[in-house]
Design a protein around this ligand. Structure first.
Ligand code: GLN
Length: 480
């Protein structure tokens, strides 16, 4: 069984009878069994997935029409709820938490007969970009297991790259889908804010985060977006989907104007990443687009603004882990309020604790003007700058991450240097714009992804450009 085919090829194969869903899902589980000891993409694996796939084969044989996903094996980041399954968020705090309901993205995929194969590893509560902050140990990059797969949806990206599923769902607050997609050489998509329901996603910084697909091809991402996007009465920040992501994908980019963001391609950028970016520019021009530099002045403050805003939201969103509403149950004897809360919070790891402390401080009376309100001003100025850029350009280009995938342990002791790796991804979140990472190059065995951004609700156009760029590259296969 060839597990390397795309999700769409899988669906076609099942529909025309050349692939049995049961065999494919069984092989997928065998692949997990075989490689996940080294990769550690999964926190839980669903053996029952094979029974579900068998049922799909039966329904097809009896002439029933099945949903568009036809038993497609999908992995899910462990901060997205699936009924009756654990949702740990990579945290000891939720180690035994079982979700009583499905996230909207899960029910939409289920309605189209997707099969879930398990939950993937992540930085605790999605705070981080290497999966090293997972309470259950890091994931490893399938390209080279001494490297981080990126994060926080590192398990999701690694699982797609190592053929442990056909596609995955992650969440992207400041780059957590795109960064690991870039490091593992898969496609990662952060939609326009509101395009995908967040109902059933455990909140970290809910005013800017989105669920997004990770897949092996841009077409697979468009296909998944067609299934999961669109308004949801259970999340009142959602918007109607324009649809047609897959059907229009081959429209090309002839005549499109592309802005190369100077602040995302200058200082601190690795030379291999810089030369990949120049090559992306020539390839896009070769497809009939024009490229020109554009400056977004506020980008230089974006990381500071991002971490101030997200810590503040995290401080309030994570207040519910107080052992009363969510927690791990210990007796109340012998505690007064402070010692009780201290004990309740003791299961958070170092990074989450840092963010909670920061999140209590930056919006507090006497400090809010200096930190939180300033961060909000940067956010709105950045959004205005993006608005102006999109009056002139159809799309913006940058590398997804300014550096090559680095080694596990290399940056763990220096959170600020880690935060700076987010410089190219946080802008799309702070401004609500859609962004995609497309696998573009491999330098010395280390993948490089290119990021394209578009104006809000231009997701279809963005995917067309991503598809066009993808067609220009031939990459080596992951050495797994
Ligand atoms: N690295 C960023 C953070 O730690 C992004 C994480 C994310 O997108 N969830 O907040």
């Amino acid at each position: 069984m060839n597990l390397k085919i795309s999700a769409l090829e899988y669906a076609e194969g099942v529909q025309n009878g050349s692939i049995s869903a049961e065999d494919f899902v069984a092989c997928t589980l065998e692949q997990i069994e075989k490689v996940d000891e080294k990769i550690h993409a999964f926190l839980s694996v669903y053996e029952g997935a094979v029974d579900k796939a068998r049922d799909i084969d039966k329904r097809i044989k009896s002439g029933e029409t099945v949903g568009a996903c036809c038993g497609m094996p999908i992995s899910v980041k462990d901060n997205i709820c699936i009924t009756g399954e654990k949702t740990t968020c990579g945290s000891r705090m939720l180690e035994d938490y079982v979700s009583p309901y499905d996230a909207t993205v899960i029910s939409r995929l289920r309605d189209e007969d997707a099969v879930f194969v398990g939950k993937t590893n992540m930085d605790e509560f999605a705070m981080g970009l290497t999966t090293e902050f997972s309470a259950f140990g890091p994931s490893y990059n399938p390209w080279d297991t001494s490297l981080t797969p990126g994060g926080s949806s590192g398990g999701s990206a690694a699982s797609v790259s190592a053929f442990e599923c056909s596609a995955s769902l992650g969440s992207d607050t400041g780059g957590s889908v795109r960064n690991p997609a870039s490091f593992c050489s898969v496609v990662g998509y952060k939609p326009t804010y509101g395009l995908i329901s967040r109902y059933g996603l455990v909140s970290y910084a809910n005013s800017i985060e989105q669920i997004g697909p990770l897949s092996r091809t841009v077409k697979d991402t468009a296909f998944l977006l067609d299934v999961i996007a669109g308004s949801d009465p259970l999340d009142n920040t959602t918007v109607d989907s324009t649809g047609g992501y897959l059907s229009g994908i081959e429209s090309g980019i002839e005549g499109k104007k592309i802005g190369l963001v100077s602040e995302m391609t200058g200082e601190g950028i690795d030379s291999a990443v810089a030369s990949a970016t120049s090559s992306a520019v020539s390839k896009l021009e070769g497809l009939g687009a024009t490229c020109e530099e554009v400056s977004l002045d506020m980008v230089k403050y974006s990381v500071a603004s991002y971490y101030t805003i997200t810590a503040t939201e995290a401080g309030s969103n994570l207040a519910r882990y107080d052992n009363l509403r969510y927690g791990y149950d210990f007796g109340v004897e012998g505690y007064e309020f402070n010692s009780y809360i201290e004990r309740a919070r003791s299961k958070f790891g170092a990074e989450v604790t840092r963010r909670m402390i920061l999140g209590g401080f930056v919006p507090s009376a006497g400090h809010a003007g200096r930190y939180f309100l300033k961060a909000l001003k940067v956010k709105s100025k950045l959004s205005r700058e993006m608005g102006h850029a999109f009056e002139k350009f159809d799309l913006l280009l940058s590398p997804t991450v300014p550096v090559l995938p680095f080694g596990i342990g290399d940056k763990i002791d220096d959170p600020v240097s880690l935060f700076l790796v987010d410089i190219n991804t946080v802008t799309a979140n702070l401004t609500g714009r859609p962004a995609v990472s497309v696998p573009f190059a491999v330098s010395g065995g280390r993948p490089i992804g290119m990021q394209l951004m578009a104006d809000s609700m231009r997701d279809a156009e963005l995917l067309q450009a991503a598809f066009a760029l993808e067609q220009t590259v031939r990459l080596p296969e992951v050495p797994i």
